[in-house]
Write a protein that binds this ligand. Sequence first.
Ligand code: BDP
Length: 654
Amino acid sequence: MEVRAAGLGMLRVVCLFAVFDAVCLLDSGMLFPRESPSREVKELNGLWDFRADDSTNRNQSFERAWYKKRLAETGPVIDMPVPASYNDITQDAALRDFIGWVWYEREVVVPARWISDEGTRVVLRVGSAHYFSIVWVNGVKVTQHAGGHLPFEVEIGSLIRKDPTTPCRITIAVNNTLNLDTLPPGKIQYMEDRTKYPEGFFVQYIYFDFFNYAGIHRPVLLYTTPKAYVDDITVVTDFLDNAGLVKYKVSVQGAATGTISVTLKDKDGRSVASSSKPSGVLKVEDVNLWWPYLMHENPGYLYSMEVHLMATDGRSTYEDMYTLPVGIRSVAVTSTQFLINDKPFYFHGVNKHEDSDIRGKGFDWSLIVKDFNLLKWMGANSFRTSHYPYAEEILQMCDRHGIVVIDECPGVGIKDIRSFGNASLAHHLDVMDELVRRDKNHPSVVMWSVANEPASEMPPAEFYFETLIKHTKDLDPTRPVTYITDSNYARDKGAPFVDVICVNSYFSWYHDSGHLELIPLQLNNQFENWYGKYKKPIIQSEYGADAVPGLHSDPPVMFTEEYQNIVLQSYHSVFDQKRKQYVIGELIWNFADFMTVQGLTRVVGNKKGVFTRQRQPKRAAFILKERYWRLANETGRLGLPPSNHQCHAVKYPW
Ligand code: BDP
């Protein structure tokens, strides 16, 4: 590792660690469920019974208390896979477009020991369900959650112990209705003109450009911990010369006293640092830093932090073990650069969606691994979780592969002035609490994005974003915060509060359609204006054009693959000038085609992908591949030929 100015490094470490005791407004942690000698996990994925409440008032299921008996006794049920969106599973257009409550139910066999051992906590956890969820166990309501992209959980041990002979019936009702205070916001409108619409006809308006897929999207599971357990771990990392520093804090629930031991192990299982305190700093000599993909020969290096708790409540002793992967790295922003481990980092990556055929937004390992293979194939070093938090398993992949993440909350489509009100802001703050609590320990996450393209020119946006960004920095003082703007630099009200300016633009697409020759002029002005006003580094957080795969024309016309290519290349020529100054990244819109609502500007969904929805490359994917590998060589300091780095298919001239 290179030696750097020791004084400055020390100052940064002191500042970073001084602000470590960040605000945490939630009363419990949200550690990812992992098996350990003291913890078991039982997945509840597979087929669940399913029934939509299509009553006219959409409320009959509650009037008739469907949760009280088996769902099949309330009426006809169908098979529904979990995790998956329900929308594209059947041939029924009404279910595809359904708005309201749907019900999932499943009976679970709980291992006898979990029930008999009173010293075991049994936790039911839902990775995510879109949007409102209510959960019952054997007809008793156990929890509810608002928000479609973050996990929620509840301890159900005492309930299933009441009558160990009854099977454990889990009922989850999920409602995808969006209103002006949800994230993302939406609006229901009843149509009153009886010459056009039947009684009770309504539509859900949304202000975002992706299909509002719904259902149980991520794994549902039961897991155990001992009664006294490791509830949360927070790590903040840095380095000084060749020593890595891991500041950590462990919080425990269920016991007033106990002993903790913390051991940090390297990839080979060797202990490199340890402590017997619930909080402190671990020092790792000759550290292997966590580096992004293509910035180092050995990216994504992870240590394992083993936390061991021994606690007693007077009568019994409890032992808990939890292992957290830890990547040691630093992040900093200057007025012209984004630094990872003190080296300039240039984002050459993509925007994604959780989206695919049939399963919609449902979690799918095959899709995830395919997407990572494509990202690495094209030489992408980063992505933004447009426009909501992705599954934790995806972030774990990013940690392991060194893919850098801008982690975005579901603040997309804040366009109506009423969505800047107190109720909306309060919910937005809650969602940031949940997001930071879930994702704070991922080395791949280098920046928070609190919103996408809000109406940031509206007067209330100033207070809204000042509050939201300050709150996020209080939660996590170690990472920069941004939101994504499409507003004009002169009218944007939130930009003074962000650390990095992220701008979306669609020159020669949504305006000046067909005028490809205007891109360089308009893009150059965009950058000069934003930088001139704010003197902050800029990421082109979206740019692109729709291309229907297989449509060709020369000279190019809109919607052909050639037009998409020229758009990309015209942007690239300007990026190449500005990245030498203050532009610190470029993220294509979009990695793959994705589904949207039906409308005049969408041809079976948004076609701005460089891959099709089935993950086959359009011509643009090869253009990006060539560019990203070249950028990796220039900016990533690899200095190695691409053949060493998975780029086997095409030979390049450098
Ligand atoms: C941007 C939005 C993104 C859209 C994209 C487009 O942030 O969600 O899908 O435009 O229109 O403004 O393709």
